[in-house]
Structures are given as C-alpha cells and as structure tokens.
Design a protein around this ligand. Structure first.
Ligand SMILES: NC(=O)c1ccc[n+]([C@@H]2O[C@H](COP(=O)([O-])OP(=O)(O)OC[C@H]3O[C@@H](n4cnc5c(N)ncnc54)[C@H](O)[C@@H]3O)[C@@H](O)[C@H]2O)c1
Length: 261
C-alpha cells in the first residue's frame, strides 16, 4: 500500500478464524483482514508459521489439525472466548501432495488423506462455526475450493479435484440452508496462485508453467494478496447479497476458450 491508498476498515470489531493462516493465501488474508480491523485467529498445524502470522497481525494463534473434530471445536471456542464472537470463518487449509495424481496411480491412502484435509476439515469447521453464528444471527463463511472444481485438467490430481468439488457443493447447500438466519456461505475458487511451491515447481520446469499460462487470459498467475482482497469482500457487508456462490477469482480462466497471444 502507498500513502495514497484508501484504507478500507470494513471489519472493525469482527472476529475472523482463518485455517492455514501460516502460509500462502491464508497468511495474505490474515494480513488483509487485520488491516481492515478484524480480530484474527490464526489456525495452523505448523506452529512456527502460525505463531509468526499471529504475532505479525496482533492476533491469536491456535495450533490445530483441521481433520480433528475436538481440535476444530476448541479452535472456534478459543476465538469466541478471546474476542466474544465468531463473525467470519475462512476455512482455507488444504494440501496438494505429489502422490495425488492420475486416478490410475493414486492409491487409497493418498485419496483419503486429501479428502480428510481438504473436505472433511471444511465440514468440521462449518459445523463448529455455525452455532456461534446462529446465536449472533449473522456470519460469513468462506470455504476455499478451487477453479479445478469447475474445470477439468489433463494434469490430474484426482482426490484434490474431487475434494474441491465437494467443498463447492457443500458451501452452496449451507448457504441456502442458513440464509434466513443471516449467515452467508460462499465457496472461493482461486485460479493458480503465485505461492512459493508453485514458483519452485515452475522455475524447475518452464514448459509446465507455459502449458498452464496459455490458458490464463490475463497471462499471469494470481498473487496471494489478490485472493485475500476477494476474501475480505466476501467477509464484509459489501457482499451482503452474495451467497451460496461459486466465487471465481481466476483471471478469466474458467470463461476462456481462446486466449490472447
Ligand atoms: N495456491 C494455489 O494455486 C491455489 C489455487 C486454488 C486453491 N488453493 C487452495 O487454497 C488453500 C490455501 O492454499 P495455499 O496455496 O495458500 O497453501 P499453502 O501450502 O501455502 O498453505 C496451507 C497452510 O495450511 C496448513 N495446513 C495444512 N494441513 C493442515 C492441517 N491438517 N491442519 C491445519 N493446517 C494445515 C499448512 O501448514 C499451511 O500453512 C488450499 O485449500 C488450496 O487447495 C490454492
């Protein structure tokens, strides 16, 4: 931000729980929501990264494995006990391990691990957050899916894609079920994001990067800040009529047939 950048303070007094806050999209979102005035609860399985994120944004760190129901319950309770409300749940932690690949080579272990971390976790986090939001009569839940929930890839990560399809359908259903209680639930569908992992992968193999970039109308991957800005919008009252949406932030990938040269 420059000195001229208008400061958006849409989340003053709100409490946001962010899973996977130690890195990538989660970290960028912790910074953004804190800058908009929210109390931020940084949840991560990685204690070092999660603690650093919380310290940076002046928030609370809670160590959690998002696949564990008791730990997830304790996470939302800690948020409520510390700050007095649970207004925003950004259920974002996820993995994409190399042993999740083509259906022909992906074993049941990898399949189940990815389903647990990417999909069961979102079920657990929504289940834990909703009662607080019901009591408040308001809340915004944002679940991280992916553009691959909407489009097929010849470079398959079969369990990852299926897990994100599940996140999309579950978010839509919850958005419909709880709408009249003042709770909105949206699925965020980022396109490929310039994270350290992606950079390393594509630096090693430029052909792999080129093969993907040709499909992106804007000709580049997203920066984590650009995804965080979309989360801040979905978390705030500016999106008060956005609900049960597949919220694509993908630079136009899902809308493209032919892209510019
Ligand atoms: N990076 C992309 O290009 C991209 C694109 C679309 C969707 N997504 C999705 O966005 C989300 C965040 O991705 P990212 O690129 O920022 O990833 P990342 O690897 O940079 O960060 C993920 C964080 O989640 C934490 N985490 C992993 N397993 C956990 C568990 N069991 N319990 C608690 N925390 C756990 C990690 O420690 C890490 O801090 C994921 O759901 C991912 O699938 C990413």
């Amino acid at each position: 931000m420059t000195d001229q950048t208008p400061v958006c303070r849409r989340l003053v007094g709100r409490t946001a729980v962010i899973t996977g806050a130690g890195s990538g999209i989660g970290l960028a979102t912790a910074r953004r929501l804190a800058s908009e005035g929210a109390n931020v609860v940084c949840a991560d399985i990685d204690e070092t990264a999660g603690k650093a994120a919380a310290a940076e944004v002046g928030g609370l760190f809670v160590k959690v494995n998002v696949t564990d129901p008791d730990e997830v319950e304790a996470l939302f309770k800690a948020a409520f006990d510390t700050y007095g409300s649970v207004d925003i749940a950004f259920n974002n932690a996820g993995i994409s391990p190399p042993d999740d690949d083509s259906i022909l080579t992906t074993g049941l272990d990898a399949w189940k691990r990815v389903q647990e971390v990417n999909l069961t976790s979102v079920y657990l986090c929504c289940k834990a957050a909703l009662p607080y939001m019901q009591r408040q009569g308001k809340g915004s839940i944002i679940n991280t899916a992916s553009f691959v929930a909407r489009m097929g890839a010849a470079t398959s990560q079969i369990s990852y894609t299926a897990s994100k399809g599940g996140v999309l359908a579950m978010s839509r259903e919850l958005g419909v079920q709880f709408a009249r209680e003042g709770i909105r639930v949206n699925a965020l569908c980022p396109g490929p994001v310039n994270t350290p992992l992606l950079k390393e992968l594509f630096a090693k193999d430029p052909e792999r990067a080129a093969r993907r970039l040709v499909h992106v109308p804007v000709g580049r991957f997203a920066e984590p800040d650009e995804i965080a800005a979309a989360v801040a919008f979905l978390a705030s009252d500016d999106s008060s009529f956005v609900n049960a949406a597949d919220f694509l932030v993908d630079g136009g990938i899902a809308g493209a047939y032919v892209t510019p040269l």
